[in-house]
Each structure stands twice: as structure tokens, then as C-alpha cells.
Write a protein that binds this ligand. Structure first.
Ligand SMILES: C[S@@+](CC[C@H](N)C(=O)[O-])C[C@H]1O[C@@H](n2cnc3c(N)ncnc32)[C@H](O)[C@@H]1O
Length: 219
């Protein structure tokens, strides 16, 4: 992975990024949708941990899950991961207690170690990176992410994976080529011939077009 670029953004407050906030709420709504019940949600709470590339403190997704009562002592927790130790330290100070865990790591290293007990209770993974699977690095990202998702699905019986993609090409890989490669990887993984456009939620972030794909396993 590249080092964190100077242009990386670490904090996405809802008033400045309302679409992004709708996506956070939409993921939570999917879990608590009574018409499509999942064992990842019970009695108003997460039953397993939610892991995400966290933003700077106070991490907004964690704040939302706490406010909505999705994480309470004894339920699933929020695990925020970031490779910047200061972001992790600031979040640990902002959110102390048993309902959260803050991990300083490269998430791809963390996900690649399927024996690491830190993530054994994870039922939801939100992969939300600025350099997301829209370019040359997408295989390096997708392989550990998809392998982890399948492993947790087998462990827990259900799983939710949310992938946030910046719709950007690079000098060496055009956006069209990156999109095709992404579609091929997901199709092969899911054993399908085609991903309908309707499977994606598209939105405009401040400086890029974004696409969200949510894959629910087992429900
Ligand atoms: C898009 S922000 C997260 C926003 C947050 N999920 C939210 O909803 O507000 C992604 C963060 O993860 C960091 N990051 C990107 N790739 C990473 C990786 N492979 N491992 C750890 N941290 C990473 C970025 O530097 C940035 O601070």
C-alpha cells in the first residue's frame, strides 16, 4: 500500500458530507430492517462487531452507532482501525469503554491474519478508504477483504461487507479498466455473470464520484 497521501481526508462531519452520512445511516438501516432480518442484529443492537477504517476523532460512524443504541455493553462493538497512531489515540480518548476498540494497524495486514482473535467476532466490515478499489491496487485490497468476509461468514453464519469505491483511474489504469476489473473480481467471487448497476449506490463526495457496494452474506 502507498503511504497515506497528503491529500487524504480523515474527518467527514455530516454537515459537510451529508451524502456520506446517509450511507452510514443506510448501512445501519439495512441491519435493522425488520423485513429482512439478520442474526447480526437483535433487539436493537449489533450482535457482532462492526469494523471500519475510522476517521479522525470523534469518529462519526462510532458516534452514530452509540447514539442509535446499536452498540451497548454486552453487544457487538465498534472496532476502528487506522494506520495513523494519533487518530487512534484521539479516538481512544474520545470514546473510552467496552463498546469500542481502537486499533493502530494497516487494515489489510490485520484482515490477512485470519487467526488473529481481534477480528473473530466481526460481522460487519466497512472498507472505506480514499484509495479504494478503483485502481491498480484493487487486487491487493480486494483479495484480503473478500477472503476475510468469506471466512467470517463461515464462522458466524452471516456477514455484511460494505465497499466504498472512489471512481478514479490512475495514470496507468483508466477508470474504465478499473471498473471492469472490479466487476470481474466481484462476479467471480459471488459466482454471478453480471452485477446490475442498481446494486451500486453512487454519490458525489467533495472531490470525487463514489460508489458503494453492499454484499450481504447468508441473508
Ligand atoms: C475515508 S477515511 C474513513 C472515514 C470514516 N469511515 C467515516 O465514515 O467517517 C479512511 C481513513 O483510513 C485511513 N486508511 C486508508 N487505508 C488504510 C489502511 N489500509 N489501513 C489503515 N488505515 C487506512 C486513511 O488514512 C483515513 O484516515
Amino acid at each position: 500500500m502507498k503511504p497515506t497521501p497528503a491529500t487524504d481526508i480523515h474527518f467527514y462531519p455530516p454537515d459537510q458530507y451529508p451524502k456520506k452520512h446517509q450511507i452510514r445511516v443506510g448501512t445501519l438501516d439495512l441491519l435493522r430492517d425488520e423485513t429482512h432480518p439478520t442474526c447480526l442484529w437483535h433487539n436493537g443492537h449489533l450482535t457482532h462487531d462492526w469494523v471500519e477504517l475510522c476517521g479522525d476523532a470523534p469518529d462519526v460512524t462510532c458516534g452514530l452507532l452509540l447514539k442509535e443504541g446499536a452498540i451497548i455493553p454486552g453487544s457487538g462493538r465498534y472496532i476502528g482501525v487506522n494506520r495513523d497512531p494519533d487518530i487512534i489515540r484521539r479516538n481512544s480518548q474520545a470514546y473510552a469503554g467496552d463498546t469500542t476498540q481502537w486499533v493502530h494497524a494497516d487494515i489489510l495486514h490485520l484482515l490477512s491474519d485470519l487467526d488473529n482473535p481481534t477480528l473473530h467476532n466481526v460481522g460487519v466490515l466497512v472498507f472505506d478508504a480514499f484509495y479504494s478499489p478503483s485502481n491498480l491496487e484493487q487486487d491487493a485490497i480486494l483479495t484480503p477483504v473478500l477472503t476475510f468476509a468469506r471466512s467470517q461468514y463461515e464462522r458466524l453464519g452471516q456477514f455484511l461487507l460494505v465497499i466504498n469505491q472512489a471512481m478514479r483511474g490512475t495514470r496507468s489504469v483508466s477508470l474504465a479498466a478499473a471498473r471492469t476489473r472490479f466487476a470481474q473480481s466481484i462476479q467471480e467471487y459471488c459466482g454471478i455473470d453480471h452485477i446490475p448497476d442498481s446494486a451500486f449506490i453512487t454519490y458525489r463526495s467533495r472531490n470525487a464520484n463514489m460508489r458503494i457496494l453492499r454484499l450481504s452474506f447468508g441473508w
